[in-house]
Design a binder for this molecule. Structure first.
Ligand SMILES: *Cc1c(COP(=O)(O)O)cnc(C)c1O
Length: 426
C-alpha cells in the first residue's frame, strides 16, 4: 500500500469506521448500469447456463447417492420463506422480507453446497468423459456403481477452508471416491473436522488463518499432478456454481407470484467471506434482473476484506491486517482477511454496496430468528438480516419491494453447539 492509514482515514469516513471496528455502510461509488458492467464482465450468461445444465446432468447421480435430494429429483436447492414475525421484530419497513435458507441445503448445510459441490462434479465429469467411463447421453447415476467409484481414487482433490467449503468439497469428493484433503484454518469448528474424518477425508489443521490454510493446501497439491486444488480465492468454476442459484431463485419467486421489476425492486443481502459465494449469486441475479435487483455484501466488523478491497480499489492487494484489523470473528464462514481478486474485479461495477456487522449483533439476531421463526442458523448466516434496515434508512424503498436475507449456513450445527450460540445471543 502506498498510502498511510491516516491518508485513508482522511479520504473517506468509511475507512475510519472500519479501522475503529464500527458497523458501517458503504454505497459503491463505482456502480455502473448493469447492462454496461455485465457486457465487459469476464463471465457470461452462457457459462452460467452451461453450469446449470451440468448440475442437471448430475441430478440422477445426486438423487442416488444422497437420497435426501431424491424428492427434488437430485437438485440441491433450498427453501425461500417469508419471515414476517422476524420482520416485525426488527421494525416496520417497506416491502416483504424473505429468507433464502441455504443453511438448509442438502449434503453440507451451507451455501458452499452450491459452488463447492459444483466444482467437484465438474472435475468428475471432465475426468470421466476423458477416460471414457461415461459416454454422452448415458445417465450419470452410473457414477455411483462400484466399478466407477473405485476409479476416482487415482485422483485427488484438495482445498483450504474455514470449514464449510471443506465440508462441501469433502463430502462430495468422498462420495465419488476421490482421495481428498481439507486444509482447515484455526477458525474451523471441531464438529466439521470430526464429520469429515468420519467420511474418510484427510483433515489437516493449521494454527493460522484461512490464507495460510489455502497457501499450504495449494503448495501440497502442486506437488501431486493427479491432484486438483479448489482455489477458493480465484476459482471461476466455484463462481459459476454459485451463480446457478439466481435462476433457481427466479423460479421460486415466480411460483410465489412475487414480481421483480422497476416498480418492484429486489434487494438481496449476502454474507461475504472471500467473495465467491455472494459474488456468484449477485452476478447471476444481475444477469437475470439487471438494475431491478440491488445486491449488498455483509461482512463482520473484524474481517471486512471485500469492503476494503473495493473501497481502496486494491482488491487482493490489501488485507484487513494492513488496516490494523485482527480478522477474529465468531462468524467463522466470513473469517477471511483478503478478498478474492477475481470476484472483486467482477463485482466492482455491479455491487450496490457493502456493510459491516458486529459479532454481538450476529448472536442477538441468531436468537431473535430462533424465537420469532423457529429457524436455526450459524452466526455468519445472520449477517444478511441487518441489510433491510440499513438500506431502507438510506434510500426510498417502495412498498412493492422484496428483501431477501441470504441465510448461508447452519443447518448441520450440532445441538450443543447451537445451544451455546443461542445463549450468547441473550
Ligand atoms: C463461505 C461462507 C460465506 C461466504 O462465502 P464466500 O465465498 O467465502 O464469500 C457465507 N456464509 C457462510 C456460512 C459460509 O460458509
Amino acid at each position: 500500500m502506498d498510502m498511510h492509514l491516516s491518508q485513508w482515514r482522511a479520504r473517506d469516513p468509511v475507512f475510519a469506521d472500519l479501522m475503529d471496528l464500527r458497523e458501517t455502510f458503504w454505497a459503491n461509488p463505482g456502480l455502473r448500469p448493469a447492462g454496461e458492467a455485465l457486457s465487459s464482465a469476464p463471465v457470461t450468461a452462457e457459462e452460467v447456463a452451461d453450469a446449470a445444465a451440468r448440475l442437471d446432468r448430475f441430478a440422477p447421480y445426486i438423487a442416488r447417492v444422497f437420497p435426501e435430494t431424491a424428492p427434488d429429483g437430485g437438485r440441491i436447492e433450498s427453501p425461500l420463506v417469508p419471515i414476517p414475525a422476524m420482520g416485525r421484530a426488527l421494525g416496520d419497513r417497506p416491502g416483504r422480507l424473505l429468507l433464502k435458507q441455504d443453511s438448509h441445503l442438502p449434503i453440507s448445510g451451507s451455501i458452499k453446497a452450491r459452488g463447492g459441490i459444483y466444482e467437484v462434479l465438474w472435475l468428475a465429469e471432465t475426468i470421466a468423459l476423458r477416460e471414457g467411463w461415461l459416454s454422452e447421453g448415458e445417465s450419470y447415476a452410473r457414477l455411483a456403481d462400484a466399478d466407477l467409484r473405485g476409479r476416482f481414487s487415482d485422483y485427488a482433490v484438495a482445498v483450504g477452508s474455514t470449514g464449510n467449503l471443506g465440508l462441501s468439497i469433502g463430502m462430495m469428493s468422498a462420495a465419488l471416491g476421490f482421495r481428498v484433503t481439507v486444509h482447515m484454518s484455526a477458525d474451523a469448528r471441531q464438529w466439521k473436522k470430526d464429520l469429515l474424518r468420519s467420511r474418510g477425508v484427510n483433515v489437516v489443521e493449521y494454527a493460522g488463518d484461512y490464507s495460510l490454510a489455502v497457501a499450504r493446501g495449494r503448495r501440497q497439491a502442486e506437488a501431486d499432478p493427479a491432484c486438483h486444488f479448489v482455489d477458493d480465492e480465484n476459482s471461476r468454476t466455484l463462481f459459476l456454481g454459485y451463480a446457478v442459484a439466481a435462476g433457481r431463485l427466479a423460479e421460486q419467486l415466480a411460483a410465489m407470484e412475487i414480481p421483480v421489476d422497476g416498480a418492484h425492486p429486489l434487494y438481496v443481502y449476502l454474507p461475504c467471506g472471500v467473495g465467491g459465494g455472494p459474488g456468484g449469486v449477485a452476478f447471476g441475479l444481475k444477469l437475470l434482473y439487471g438494475g431491478a435487483v440491488r445486491c449488498y455484501f455483509a461482512e463482520p466488523t473484524h474481517a471486512p476484506c471485500m469492503l476494503l478491497g473495493l473501497a481502496t480499489g486494491l482488491h487482493d492487494g490489501v488485507s484487513v491486517e494492513d488496516f490494523g484489523i485482527d480478522g477474529k470473528t465468531a462468524a467463522d464462514g466470513l473469517a477471511v482477511g483478503r478478498p478474492s481478486r477475481f470476484v472483486g474485479r467482477v463485482m466492482e461495477g455491479l455491487l450496490d454496496g457493502c456493510y459491516t456487522v458486529d459479532d454481538r449483533r450476529l448472536y442477538q439476531l441468531l436468537r431473535l430468528l430462533a424465537d420469532t421463526e423457529g429457524i436455526r442458523l450459524e452466526p455468519s448466516a445472520l449477517a444478511g438480516l441487518p441489510g433491510r434496515d440499513l438500506v431502507c434508512g438510506r434510500t426510498p424503498v417502495p412498498e412493492g419491494a422484496t428483501h431477501i436475507a441470504w441465510a448461508t449456513g447452519g443447518g448441520m450445527v450440532p445441538e450443543d453447539v447451537w445451544r451455546e450460540y443461542y445463549r450468547l445471543g441473550g
